[in-house]
Write a protein that binds this ligand. Structure first.
Ligand code: WTA
Length: 635
């Protein structure tokens, strides 16, 4: 039996038991047999959740790009590594073979070096879903630079915050991006961001939309001429297993975004392992994950996990709605996609459109369907199962986080029986548990509580960039000796997990994590606003949408409310990005507060969700009368 590729349920249970009984032996065998190391580790695992400190494969040396590219060249040099499907279906798709990827990554790596980027330097990548994005990520990894990819839908302010937090030396961007029928002026956003980013020395600009842009002398350079001149050969930098590979920002419930730091060896082993099992990828398959590389899903399951397995991974530049609602299905048919991985919000949006967009496309290549990012509701699950998978392709509902680096709870297709809305069973090596209000682990089934993990796994984030204390407080302080996920979950009689949603002030809108505090900060910048509170409410496509309660200053009270709403959303777009815009804004004279001055979000959430049957005891509030006012004026 191979631990690396699980094919049956009994095998899963055997492997799982082994991974819990002898975690070090388990991961050591996988690491040894399936990866290329320049030097072997001295110790498989060192950990202490109190500090917290976790080290996997300490002492080992490697370069992840040798695992993702070089080692496949002999047998698979001409196989397509990255299959680029452009925004415009009339533009030809680009097949980048492993041989070509090797050359492109080396050229890019050599350009980075020529611009003074070396091991440990931070490089910000702000690019659309074009091949340069994947190549830039790998080029950083090749020379040991730490990439910080910022999703190219974030605003200039959000971009500069992230650049400054990591003190990046370089930004890699493009003139602009295509998004359906629209174009976005990415370089303009970068220029604006860089007005407040002193650490940036160089900006490399890929040409994508051929727009007129400003090039700042001594800072900005076109990428392609540099690539053309660079050598297609290059030695990979030898990295320690625990050297940082990348930083990726995720929203916290309070404060600045958190720069989660992932390291090299464990991240590689775990993302490759989970990719293989969760998607049951076999050589020759074409795998497509529709996420953006700006999110963790793209890092782990478009770039590193698939390439470490020598897979063909599709990179899609476009959107599901352009030029029509059948685009996803058209791409699946065109490239004979075997594994398809997307977000529940996309499924819900597609399910609202007539089935004629699906019909007429040959989806018979599909073998496995996946979802990620938020709970999938039963209706969407069935629509996906019936109309896309034709009840033949198992759906893997994969639960995980930016912080976990890889998939934590998921069915293994053709092995684990699936049930709608259940992420089912932990991956080998993952030891989840549920905690009660008193901080005790709830043993036995069924159970419901807060989801924690009680043993380290190879791809967990090791720290928050520049703020280890915050890492400790956020993830290791709520419960003794446990990693706290921020999610609630239940476990059924058979031990299957179902994720019920966030239990903190993070709201997931269309699969994007949004912290309430930064949005409130943006709103409060408006000169007419005195105070605000944001909550989520159920939305049939986005999963959750944002509802804002806003108290105006006296001077702002006679302003036109529609205009104010527009201005508030404009401010949010500028500070964070359009994804954080509010669906509803209710102006109110007060917010329900406890006597210690804490906003009672629970009450606001219920009112926004139109679920006021059981508001609980409001008499202890500082200002109980405001609850009635808010209910009377709910939108
Ligand atoms: C939520 C995305 C239910 C969860 C990989 C988690 C899910 C947060 C699922 C992390 C799922 C992700 N079912 N909820 N299958 N997958 N989530 O960091 O609340 O963008 O904590 O990572 O998304 O979001 P992130």
């Amino acid at each position: 039996m191979s631990y690396y590729h699980i094919k049956h349920l009994e095998e899963y249970f055997q492997v799982y038991r082994k991974s819990v009984r002898d975690p070090e032996i388990f991961w050591e065998e996988i690491a040894e047999e399936h990866f290329l190391w320049r030097k072997r580790w001295d110790k498989v695992l060192n950990w202490d959740f109190n500090k917290p400190e976790v080290k996997w494969f300490e002492g080992a040396q490697l370069n992840i790009t040798e695992n993702c590219i070089d080692r496949h060249l002999a047998a698979k040099g001409d196989k397509t590594a990255i299959l680029f499907e452009p925004n415009d279906p009339n533009e030809v798709a680009v097949h980048i073979t492993y041989n070509e990827l090797y050359e492109r990554v080396n050229r890019f790596a050599n350009v980075l070096k020529s611009k003074g980027i070396g091991k440990g330097d931070r490089v910000c990548i702000y690019l659309p879903m074009i091949p340069e994005l994947a190549v830039a990520v790998l080029a950083c990894a090749r020379i040991g630079a730490i990439h910080s990819v910022v999703f190219a839908g974030f605003s200039a302010t959000a971009l500069s915050t992230r650049i400054n937090d990591a003190e990046c030396k370089m930004v890699i961007t493009s003139d602009g991006s295509f998004r359906g029928a629209k174009t976005i002026d990415l370089k303009g956003i970068v220029d604006e961001a860089l007005e407040t980013c002193p650490s940036i020395e160089t900006v490399l600009v890929a040409k994508r939309i051929n727009s007129e842009i400003n090039m700042k002398a001594d800072r900005d350079e076109w990428l392609q001429p540099l690539l053309d001149k660079a050598s297609p050969e290059g030695e990979a930098e030898i990295m320690n297993a625990e050297d940082p590979l990348f930083i990726l920002y995720t929203s916290g419930s309070t404060g600045q975004p958190k720069g989660m730091v992932h390291t090299t060896g464990g991240y590689m082993v775990y993302t490759a392992y989970t990719f293989k099992n969760v998607f049951q990828y076999n050589d020759g398959d074409v795998y497509w994950c529709t996420a953006d590389i700006g999110w963790i899903t793209g890092h782990s399951y478009i770039v590193y996990g698939p390439l470490a397995n020598g897979a063909t991974t599709v990179m899609f530049e476009g959107v599901p709605t352009y030029p029509h609602w059948g685009r996803f299905w058209q791409v699946i048919e065109k490239h004979k996609v075997n594994q398809f991985y997307t977000a529940p919000t996309a499924i819900r949006a597609l399910a609202k459109e007539p089935l004629s967009h699906v019909e007429g496309h040959d989806l018979s290549s599909l073998k496995v369907l996946g979802t990620v990012g938020e709970p999938i509701n039963e209706e969407a699950w069935h629509w996906y199962n019936d109309n896309i998978g034709k009840m033949r392709s198992p759906i893997v509902d994969t639960w995980w986080q930016t912080e976990t680096g890889g998939i934590m709870i998921s069915p293994i297709p053709f092995a684990t029986p699936t049930i709608p809305t259940f992420a089912t069973l932990p991956m080998p090596g993952i030891q989840p548990c549920l905690m009660d209000e008193n901080g005790e682990e709830i043993k036995g089934n069924p159970a419901q509580g807060r989801l924690c993990v009680k043993f380290p796994w190879p791809s967990m984030a090791r720290t928050i960039w520049g703020n280890h204390q915050r890492y400790k407080e956020t993830y290791f302080s709520a419960y003794d000796q446990k990693y706290f996920t921020g999610d609630g979950a239940l476990r059924d009689q058979t031990g299957y997990y179902r994720i019920t949603g966030r239990v903190d002030d993070v709201i997931i809108v269309s699969g994007h994590n949004l912290g309430t505090a930064p949005i409130e900060d943006a709103i409060n910048e408006h000169q007419a606003v005195a105070e605000s509170a944001i909550v989520g409410f159920p939305h049939d496509v986005k999963g959750n949408a944002l509802y804002g309660y806003v108290i105006l200053k006296e001077t702002g009270e006679d302003r036109n409310q529609e205009n104010l709403r527009k201005e508030i959303n404009q401010l949010i777009t500028e500070r964070i990005g359009p994804i954080a815009k509010l669906d509803k804004i209710q102006f109110t004279s007060g917010l329900p507060k406890t006597r210690s001055g804490k906003i009672m979000r629970r009450i606001l959430r219920k009112i926004a969700s139109k679920d006021t049957s059981n508001l609980g005891d409001t008499s202890t509030l500082l200002n109980p009368e405001v609850v009635q006012e808010i209910m009377d004026n709910v939108l």
